[in-house]
Design a protein around this ligand. Structure first.
Ligand code: SF4
Ligand code: SF4
Length: 351
């Protein structure tokens, strides 16, 4: 079984499925090649542009629910001195189906759901989640940088998916229904697709070797807020934020007013803890004054603070940060070094 085979099995119904969904007024989002070798999730009008034989999309799925930038409100100074404020309309209620997402990107929404429904219900995020049905395709050829199994995931994970598509023994693409939304999706497509019969076993997932034990990482992190290791790993980090922006679980944002003397917009933009300005106070004081404290924050947040607050690791092992860092900062190397330290082994130099 390979990706191409699953893709071929799915192509049999993909075109008709897109036609049926669009005929019912549903917006369909699927992976398309936007540049040579670059695949992104994008709204489609026909199934012809869809590619399913890809390792993962470049930009994470989260941007469909938590956009890179969005207008929250607009304001306008009136001649009488008043300011007119117009809230941006909330998200339209159009149904959306994401077809062909990867299981890790979908599983990452579990972490975002916890954050955006924590002390405040983020209505824009919730509305986007509510209207969207997520159809994941099982991974059959994980990228060498993937490490989902080290953080509790799997190439066949169904976490947060409404349907998981996988290749059955008979060479047909089968659909495992994982939620009510998933059942509705299958109903909409009628005889076109084949739900997996009750009790169907998923095929054996392709091997993604576990690279570290997150429990051991956390034990070390609990004791080592102060450690020269943070300086060591920070020396080559440029603080560019690429790792966070591509991360499907990172969720920090900034609210800024972009205005002229007359009118403007209040926007929510992605932000990132690697940036020096991220924690800088208006007084000029910065509680994370150097890159060492910022690199420490990124690791601590994902593997210590988030598990303590929300009971799960804020990393799904997609490997994007490892693939994309222009100076070769490697989260897996950092974590395996920490594990070595936790076991009382010799210190390792940060790669
Ligand atoms: S680790 Fe790499 S991608 Fe992340 S901020 Fe540093 S230089 Fe940029
Ligand atoms: S920390 Fe890196 S590997 Fe983990 S989910 Fe984020 S981008 Fe993926």
């Amino acid at each position: 079984m390979d990706e191409q085979t699953l893709y071929q099995a799915a192509t049999g119904w993909l075109k008709s499925a897109v036609d049926i969904l669009q005929g019912a007024g549903v917006e369909v989002i699927a992976p398309v090649e936007t540049d040579p070798g670059i695949v992104e999730l994008a709204a489609i009008t026909s199934s012809e542009a869809v590619v399913l034989d890809y390792a993962n999309v470049r930009l994470p799925l989260k941007r469909l629910f938590f956009p890179i930038t969005e207008v929250v409100l607009e304001f306008d100074h009136q001649p009488e001195g008043d300011v007119e404020v117009k809230s941006e309309p909330l998200v339209p209620s159009t149904e959306v189906v994401v077809m062909g997402a990867r299981p890790c990107g979908v599983a990452a929404l579990e972490a975002l759901d916890k954050v955006f429904h924590w002390d405040y219900d983020d209505v824009r995020y919730s509305a986007r989640r509510e209207r969207t049905t997520l159809i994941s395709f099982a991974c059959t050829k994980p990228d060498p940088k993937c490490f989902c199994t080290s953080v509790g995931g799997s190439p066949h994970s169904t976490v947060q998916s409404d349907v998981l598509v996988f290749l059955g023994d008979d060479g047909q693409a089968l659909m495992q229904i994982c939620s009510d939304k998933g059942a509705k999706f299958i109903d909409q497509l009628g005889d076109l697709v084949k739900p997996a019969p009750a009790g169907t076993q998923l095929p054996t997932a392709p091997e993604v070797k576990a690279k570290f034990d997150p429990e051991k990482i956390k034990t070390w992190l609990d004791e080592n807020f102060e450690n020269d290791f943070w300086t060591d790993i920070s020396l080559k980090c440029l603080g560019c934020g690429t790792c966070s922006f591509l991360c499907p679980t990172c969720h920090c944002f900034d609210i800024v007013d972009e205005a002229n003397w007359q009118s403007g917009q209040r926007r929510r933009n992605w932000d990132c803890c690697s940036h020096p300005m991220f924690t800088k106070h208006a007084s000029g004081h910065n509680p994370r004054p150097d890159q060492a404290s910022r690199c420490r924050q990124r690791v601590m947040h994902k593997f210590k603070y988030f598990p303590e607050r929300f009971g799960q690791i804020a990393c799904v092992g997609c490997g994007r940060c490892v693939r994309a860092c222009c100076v070769g900062q490697n989260l897996v190397s950092i974590l395996t070094d920490i594990e070595t330290k936790a076991k009382g082994g010799e210190d390792c130099d940060a790669e």
